[in-house]
Design a protein around this ligand. Sequence first.
Ligand SMILES: [Zn+2]
Ligand SMILES: [Zn+2]
Length: 392
Amino acid sequence: MKKYPKVLSFILAIVCITAFSGCDVLDAVLTTSDTNTTQTDTNSSADGGFTVHMIDIGQGDSILLECNDEYMLIDAGELGQGGIVNDYLKDHNVTQLDYALITHPHSDHYGGMLDVLKNESVTTKNIVMTEAMNTTRTWEKLVDYIDQKNYNVIFPKTNDTITLGNTTLTMYVPEIVKDLNNCSIIVRAEYNGMSAIFTGDAESSEEKLILDEGFNVQANLLKAGHHGSRTSTNKKFLSAVNPQIALISCGKNNDYGHPHKETVKKFNDANIPMYRTDELGSIVVTFNNSNMSLSTTSGTSEEIAISQTDTTTTESKTSDETSSNTSSKTSTTTKKATQKTAKYVGNKNSKVLHTKDCATVSKMSDANKVYFNTYDEAIAQGYTPAKDCNPQ
Ligand SMILES: [Zn+2]
Ligand SMILES: [Zn+2]
């Protein structure tokens, strides 16, 4: 606890600097959702595609994203595993990390980061992290180091985007809660209409929240939350993501029993193939030419054609089949009829109802909004009143 004030003042300093500089530094690297992002119309084969490397670091997470020779490292495994990450970077001739992102302050995610930052053969430009803190000595050591070295530290907000070559990374950042897993920064990558989502250790409660806030979670590739724990990958979230493949990072015979059999069953039931680092070693997936090329250190190699996702179909799948089919049809008509006069806005994914002026509504994507004139009409269609604005 002794060190807390220092950590806190570090955070405050960053907040103050950005507040008083008009966020110049942040603007240089971050584009907010308000800015109209121009869709890059590039020939995908010209840039080699977008590649996801799930590095086998045992129990923990470490994922390297690559596009046009630009790199983001999401987490760096447990304390003592940073060396594996450094070796991987060396083997792949990576000399610069444009971004090092720490999803949340648990040691199986940040533990190896100090060794990566201290690696003299790799320059790290920006650090992306949440304001959630831990009190462990190792966490404080990492924060002190980041502080001393004057890295450009970014604390993103939901819907902030980072560009990595021709890939756009959109971030979901929940409010800080006691359970650090549910403070995880979630990153959704989009490259030429293909997508991947990385959920850190987010569990059901964060998965519910992200749907409630209308964040677009649809992705061809899902990095399963919390190493395949039964506390993550709830059915509603899984249907909303609607992935073609799932990646799970966990250690061989780990103490937690990850991935839990309940999670494995969910993927099997949905016919979504799982690729696990404990079975396959490091897993590399390249998105290019409407295709995912997957290879692993154990020798697996597969080509998976990207299935064209129809957003409407994906969304209607999120709630139970029959009722959602009816409600999505109804909602289209309702939306047209009442958008201007509506007093209530529902989230099609989460079936939660908000008052029109609620802050959550402004964060919701238009595709997920369903408009209602009356409270009773919404309740009759199966919507539940939101706790934040408590519509009546
Ligand atoms: Zn973890
Ligand atoms: Zn965790």
